[in-house]
Ligand binder design. Structure first.
Ligand SMILES: [Zn+2]
Length: 347
């Protein structure tokens, strides 16, 4: 407060709300409810971040939810609260940190602690603002927990969305994490990953590059990581480059794997990588194939598309989505198609 004051020195307005008694991490919102006249950003204070808020807020507005969570993959999904969403980003489930299933196959997607929120969420919660902070029958003041009481109940209602972003958001809540965040800051990795800035990526082929080549992979049990892949992808994660998978999956057009099954295979890939501390920033796949006339095929996918490698469609889509400078990025693969896609000039 001594440093920032009312913010006028920085061209902003800062107001403070003090809790006489700790009210839980969302109790204060009820005390300042009359000041919350439109959708607002709620940001956890024990994280270091540098994100393109304009982009985040635009996503929130265009999806029309009451809450948008800023989500990202992390290096320890096995003990994180994972978020399951549909293809449009609507949150269906929010899993507890401690899980009973030994190895659930789930996408690596974690709430980073940045939120866009409508004040309606407070009104809908059924929590009486006057009761917050008052001492109940158990002799304890009534507190409000953000995740448990306000956000998690919105899972599955279609009113909460998640915004996947590879930007830098990291907890600095322990001395070890604090020093790691400081090192990232000095190396330029915090600001560098803001999507306002041009990104660099290592594009990775899937079959034969990340997982053992078994021909057309149709069965999830055949998906096994190649030795050393976790360590390699971890190095990409630590380098500040994005790790982006671009894979041809004609098995979908052939009718041998459904979109849903392919999604589960990719969740297995993320789960296996996550167990060793590695993560992917995005996965793009081409479900098409140009040759028609086979039994069981999905005719609508039998097209001469722009995304099947060696065409660079997936790389160009990723470049658009994440502001990637393709001329400063790399393509890693085990086939001529990969080399071809990597060689194509920027479009
Ligand atoms: Zn395609």
């Amino acid at each position: 407060m001594d440093y920032f004051g009312d913010g006028s020195r920085f061209g902003v307005n800062i107001e403070y709300y003090f809790e006489k008694e700790p009210l839980g991490n969302a109790g204060a919102l009820f005390k300042i409810r009359d000041r919350l006249t439109s959708d607002f950003l709620l940001l956890n204070a024990d994280a270091v971040f540098d994100v393109d808020f304009r982009r985040f807020v635009e996503f929130h507005k265009s999806h029309g939810g009451l809450v948008t969570l800023f989500t990202h993959p992390n290096s320890h999904p096995y003990d994180s609260g994972l978020i399951i969403a549909d293809d449009n980003g609507a949150v269906n489930k929010w899993l507890a940190k401690k899980r009973t299933t030994a190895r659930p196959i789930i996408k690596n997607r974690v709430n980073a602690g940045l939120h866009v929120m409508s004040p309606k969420v407070l009104d809908m919660s059924g929590i009486d603002a006057k009761a917050v902070g008052t001492v109940g029958g158990d002799g304890k003041p009534f507190k409000v927990d953000l995740d448990r009481q306000l956000l998690k109940p919105l899972a599955g209602t279609g009113k909460m969305f998640c915004y996947d972003s590879p930007e830098y958001v990291k907890d600095m809540g322990t001395p070890e994490r604090y020093y790691s965040v400081c090192a990232d800051y000095k190396a330029g990795r915090v600001t560098g990953k803001n999507l306002k800035n041009k990104q660099r990526a290592v594009f990775l082929d899937r079959d034969g590059t990340i997982n053992k080549y078994v021909g057309f992979l149709r069965n999830i049990d055949d998906f096994e990581l190649i030795d050393g892949v976790c360590e390699a992808i971890k190095k990409i994660n630590e380098s500040g480059y994005l790790a982006v998978v671009v894979t041809n999956q004609p098995v979908v057009a052939r009718g041998e794997v459904t979109f849903r099954e392919l999604g589960v295979i990719h969740n297995k890939m993320e789960t296996l990588l996550g167990e060793k501390g590695a993560y992917l920033d995005a996965i793009y796949f081409c479900p098409h194939h140009p040759d028609k006339g086979f039994a069981g095929e999905r005719i609508e996918l039998k097209i001469d598309c722009d995304c099947r490698k060696p065409k660079p469609g997936m790389l160009i889509k990723a470049a658009k989505d994440f502001n990637i400078d393709l001329s400063r990025s790399w393509m890693v693969g085990d086939g001529k198609n990969d080399i071809g896609a990597g060689k194509m000039p920027d479009a």
